[in-house]
Write a protein that binds this ligand. Structure first.
Ligand code: NAD
Ligand code: DAU
Length: 336
């Protein structure tokens, strides 16, 4: 491959992917991103202009997508599709943009990809499988039935089904990956870990939904992105691969670790109202990915990864400060 068209490359995972791909491969990168509230050009600063180009636009704009894909070579190039409305709380308050971007946007991209026979990789999520009981010995695998809970996860599930159908009916050369919860630099302050870190850095208290017993399976964003590259290079067309790094922790555990890392008392958090339909637990079995591609995660010590993430937010207040007040105002409106 020589050029990757990366949708959503100004967001959290996409911007980390762009840096990772430029540093670890010979590919050039073109980013297509609408710059919604979640996109930030500052996350793409300092990249080499001879290998990187940014295009502002909507993945649901068929004409723009046709222009960009016309410039790609099916023999060497690929589309890596990160763009999405990604936050569950927003999807509960206003679901329409989730349908427009996650479903219609993905449809627009796969139509363009099939017309030009382009390799396509679709970034999805473990949330399409719904949730697990806390004591369930099972974890999600590629064979788990879809059972999404929220407007966000149901629109991601719909987009996965579109991609799978385009593979079968039109021979689209696509793969799908479903990853667990990511953490790391450049994550929007609306999300759990950056919200709590930036609250603490401002002298405020972390906010835990419900009782804090919900479990997420945390993975460092660089490990997600190295897995995406492994799938692009060695994944089998038509297959789904789950990405996870055995990082299950309760939300309360995470908050207590952050309080300790920032030198605050262990009980210095607030319990707030719960998220409607709140998924209880996610957990990934990544055996297929590991066996077929040889991928392994680098960040296996979650506490160490969180400490580095705290340092990043401490050192980059200029990046997150403009987003903090509007984000907290949105949370106040919903009482969380
Ligand atoms: P994000 O919200 O940080 O970034 C999304 C990006 O997409 C932003 O730059 C935004 O401007 C752009 N975008 C939104 N609508 C667009 C449109 N119509 N056209 C073009 N660009 C548009 O999201 P993220 O956390 O980086 O997630 C990226 C992808 O990874 C998503 O597909 C998400 O479902 C998936 N995912 C996320 C996680 C996680 O923990 N964050 C885990 C698994 C999978
Ligand atoms: O599992 C992958 C998914 O992880 C991705 O598909 C989504 O794009 C991503 O946003 C994330 O979804 P979650 O809903 O799990 O992430 P969020 O950061 O919103 O919340 C993580 C957990 O923390 C969840 O149980 C809700 C809880 N929470 C969240 C916030 C913002 C709190 O307890 N307090 C908070 O302030």
């Amino acid at each position: 491959m020589s050029t990757l068209l990366v949708t959503g490359g100004a967001g959290f995972i996409g911007s980390n992917f762009v840096r990772h791909a430029l540093a670890n491969t010979d590919h050039d990168v073109v980013v297509l991103d609408k710059l919604t509230y979640a996109g930030n050009l500052a996350s793409l600063g300092g990249l080499p202009p001879e290998r990187f180009r940014f295009v502002r636009g909507d993945i649901a704009d068929a004409e723009l997508v046709a222009d960009l894909t016309a410039a790609l070579d099916p023999a060497t190039d690929a589309i890596v599709h990160f763009a999405a409305e990604s936050h569950n709380d927003n999807s509960l308050a206003a679901p329409r943009p989730f349908v427009d971007t996650n479903i219609v946007g993905t449809f627009t991209l796969i139509e363009a990809a099939r017309r030009r026979d382009l390799r396509f990789h679709h970034i999805s999520t473990d949330e399409v499988y719904g949730d697990l009981e806390l004591d369930d010995p099972a974890r999600f695998t590629e064979r788990t039935a879809y059972r999404p809970s929220s407007p966000y996860s149901s629109t991601k599930a719909a987009s996965d089904l579109l991609v799978a159908a385009w593979v079968r009916s039109y021979g689209l050369r696509a793969t799908i990956s479903g990853c667990s919860n990511n953490y790391g630099p450049h994550q929007h302050v609306e999300k759990f870990i950056p919200r709590q870190i930036t609250n603490l850095l401002r002298g405020d208290r972390p906010k835990l939904y419900g009782t804090g017993r919900n479990v997420r399976d945390w993975i460092h964003v660089d490990d997600h992105n190295s897995a995406v590259l492994a799938i692009l290079e060695r994944g089998r067309i038509g297959e789904t691969y789950l990405i996870g790094a055995n990082g299950e922790r309760s939300n309360l555990d995470i908050v207590e670790t952050l309080l300790e890392l920032l030198g605050r008392p262990r009980d210095g958090y607030d319990l707030v109202g719960d998220r409607p339909g709140h998924d209880l637990r996610y957990a990934i079995d990544a055996t297929k990915l590991r066996t077929e591609t040889g991928w392994t995660p680098r960040y296996t010590d979650l506490r160490e990864g969180l400490a580095r993430t705290v340092d990043w937010y401490r050192d980059h207040e200029d990046w997150w400060a403009p987003q903090k007040a509007p984000t907290e105002a949105r949370y106040s409106e919903i009482g969380r």
